[in-house]
Ligand binder design. Sequence first.
Ligand SMILES: [Zn+2]
Length: 186
Amino acid sequence: MQGRFAIVLAFAVLRVQAFTRDMDHAERVRVRVDNEAGAPAGVLNYARVECARILRNAGIEVQWTSDASSGDLRVGIISEPGGTAPSVLGYVLRNGEGASAYVIWPRVGPWLAVDRPAFEIVGRVMAHEIGHLLLGNAPHSSAGVMRAVWTADDLRSTAWGAFFFTPGEQSMMRTEAARKGGHATY
Ligand SMILES: [Zn+2]
């Protein structure tokens, strides 16, 4: 009985240490959101909060910015689907100057049928696309926010940690955020 208690305690201590280590190593990224689609400001404000919460859980602290520095990440809220399949909510475009993420605002509307607020869906899509910006060519994940396909049940999930970045993704994202932070233009 005493042995079992000791194991439980050791596990608890490890969990606390892991949490502390993650918070010590939180990296900061600057993100600019361009509302080209004219989405309601209130929706985007709360979407930023949801997005920042998901990224904070991955050890990434988002600093929202409205000016354009070359080291910043950019998320465009757009109305044109850009030839993407009808099920696509967002995507990342890469060119010689870098990468930009996009959320297709009109595509959010039909998903409101899952009875979750627009800001939550937009915030989760933003977190997914910012994930792509920080993860480079890493493939989609089979779990968490970087899954390629989200079902209605996924979006209905109010579980606090349902849209998480895997430990491997967290590590890669923090490394990339730290690398970007080293840029003089950042
Ligand atoms: Zn994706």
